[in-house]
Design a protein around this ligand. Sequence first.
Ligand code: TEU
Length: 532
Amino acid sequence: MAQRTPARTPHDWWRSAVIYQVYVRSFADGDGDGTGDLAGVRARLPYLAELGVDALWFSPWYQSPMKDGGYDVADYRAIDPAFGTLAEAEKVIAEARELGIRTIVDIVPNHVSDQHPWWRAALTGGPERELFHFRAGRGDHGELPPNDWKSEFGGPAWTRLPDGDWYLHLFAPEQPDLNWAHPAVRQEHEDILRFWFERGVAGVRIDSAALLAKDPRLPDFVEGRDPHPYVDRDELHDVYRSWRGVADEYGGVFVGEVWLPDSERFARYLRPDELHTAFNFSFLACPWDARRLRTSIDETLAEHAPVGAPATWVLCNHDVTRTVTRYGRADTGFDFATKVFGTPTDLALGTRRARAAALLSLALPGAVYVYQGEELGLPEADIPRDRIEDPMHFRSGGTDPGRDGCRVPLPWVAEAPYAGFGSREEPWLPQPADWPAYAAGLQAEDPGSMLSLYRQAIRIRRTTPGFGDGALTWLPSADGVLAFARTEGLVCMVNLSETPAELHRDSRLLLSSGPLDDHGRLPQDTAAWLLI
Ligand code: TEU
């Protein structure tokens, strides 16, 4: 196993970390029933240590009817039986920590599952009704929803109950929204934070972090009117200040899922007494274009600087099109609204760019997220329509392919059944026929593979000064070439132009995402790390 050198002081590990997202259901299947589980995670911890990541972020592993892949939580203090037990989760946390890897759990405060005890009690008319948003409908007989809000998954954000009342759900109907104006909702979430910090987790990812607070009048949405009735409301900051107090007791850190176009509003969540970090979705959504990437990087650094928070760099996650696929298309940006079936894709091109993007993001100042399978260069899979599970697909009326294409169970061993994901039952989502070619075992033996690139890059990032948190200085470069210096003589170059780029004369090549040309120049869609 690779030697692990602690590169930073323990308290600020998160400012420069490489954090690996585990979607348990699709990571590794320990008991062979077709669903990934904690036994599978434990068996693959050496793989994650070898990859060199600093922390694991687990998408929700709690008890859930899985109407939204676990983002519909029935009990925050229990592990879903398909994944394992609480005792096993504690083992994962402890065993990972022994390998120098911290654990981040995912909290979903905006809503609960319709199997949550609060919701069940609310349905029987108990005082728990106050914990949700119930309203009478509009129209003569209350037959119209209380307002015009749309679900993030499509369709109305309201569903009517047999008793005639409507309830609010910004996502699926099986995910009723909590009423964050109620003190019991706040108290419960602080207790949940403590529950997991007590079990040794180092951090918490906050799902849909900007959506919790609602205008108590629940007015119709009016384009451009400030404040928005449910996005990014000022009341939220008080909630997160209070959470920060809890985290500080344990030395825990937060990463917020904050999708906001306004960078000044975004940065408010990162003030020193609020969240430590938030996902950088503008970088994730940015097309493969030198000028736009540079602008995205500059804006990111500029918005983080005044609040002193480190940036994060994210290329994909369990909600978005896989990187090698996105970069292999005519439109290389990401937008939920434009997803359709059958978009032409050049995977060789996308893979070349994804390799360059990996070196780019790992060289930028701050923390980097890697979504499981990204290190294997997995493409977005086409899921046969009759096997799609994602509610986003169904609520779009079947036009949106949904998010299952990036959630396909991982290939581990080329020759094994189901590419080594599990041994007995077929995986919960079908694996494409060419999945074995992406198997981790195969890639580990191939120095030119995506996995080998990630392993080398993360090892170099960990052992060479200059990476992670700190300053970035742009260097003069030709059109279509990104070139920047970090400290300690470290330089990153990415060539997005057709013209090969000269490397700096007195430099030593640390790593490149592809071969240099015969003249030692950097070809199109290739990145290099240099020491000057
Ligand atoms: O996502 C929140 C979110 O707003 C988007 O990622 C969402 O998929 C998109 O906006 C749809 O328009 C988080 C989770 O990452 C996602 O998997 C969950 O489905 C969602 O919350 C609900 O918990």
